[in-house]
Design a protein around this ligand. Sequence first.
Ligand code: ATP
Length: 383
Amino acid sequence: MAGIEAKDVSKRFGDVQALKGVSLAVAPGEFVSLVGPSGCGKTTLMRSIAGLETPDSGTIAIGGEDVGGLRAADRDVAMVFQSYALYPHLTARQNMAVPLVMRRLDAWRRLPLIGDLLPGTRAAKAEIAAEVARTAELLGIEKLLERKPGQLSGGQRQRVALGRAIVRHPRVFLLDEPLSNLDAGLRVQTRKEIVELHRRVGASTVYVTHDQTEAMTMSDRVAVMMAGEILQIGSPRDVYLDPRDLRVAAFVGSPKINAFAAEAGADGLVRVAGTPTGVAVAIQGALTFAARPEDIAPNAHDGIPARVEHVEFLGEAVLLHARVAGATEAVVARMDARRAGTFERGQSIRLRPDPARALLFDAAGKRIVARAVPLGLKEIALG
Ligand code: ATP
């Protein structure tokens, strides 16, 4: 099995610096997702690994070998795109066979009648047919093999495209938004299938998506990209619970993390809208206090004053949307539906973030160490 290592890769298109010295190491057999908003450079990084884009600087190695001098076709990489790019006039079986035919049969042997008369053609074709049949079985598409793409649903076409990618056992898989053309239900099902397929095939995989749920549910590690840089790479748990940058915290998680403009006084105590939060930091001045929706709740006695805007009942949970004076975005609190009280639109409430789970970021958006302190305590010696 082969790993992938991109080091200091930069790429500029005219005025746009698409990649700013990106480094990414994918271990053999690992599944890594690249997530980030549109235009952050995900596809450019992927295409650079595939050999479809030439970086301005930096190196790319596959299986420990620098592939900078290799054409895309020689890198032993399979790519699956959002658009399935299947040949419309070929059946699913023929589509899946294309990479093997191109690789194992020379131009003469590919000729319709004469080709079969040349030595070795029949044996090679039989091997290809067997390989296609094995792959189709793996993907559960044996019954669809005689159909052309126009006679297949979106999900079925995507499976054929995956089949075409894995049929030749590539060292590396690159999947670029492969599910984005599918409807929501099919997306959930197909994402599970891709994970199972990855387990069985075991090739290092880079998966590009702008959908953070997809990335979180499928990957060993998630790389969060923004403006041509990887801000953080870690397990789904790490990027969610331990984000190093406010942009990572805000991108990962749905509903979005609540971010409040806050102030740390000379005593280090952090206040939001003048209300003590029960958190202390070692710096002074303006910062951002952030709490995930499940880490903030209405509280009868204290907390940040807010007004209820909207209540969403999700079944197991209730999402309470409220507005804090001066804030541009609504605060969202996620509560267990069985324990949540009832709220009226316009009602004045107080929202209390759990100080032990709050995430604090300095003025530059970098995470800072915070610790919970008893509320109301004025004098804190910060160690
Ligand atoms: P999306 O999620 O929308 O696909 P992305 O994160 O994959 O976005 P890229 O496609 O890598 O982003 O693009 C990064 C930046 O480089 C964007 O600003 C894009 O407009 C620019 N870019 C990409 N390819 C080219 C090109 N061939 N010519 C000019 N600019 C390009």
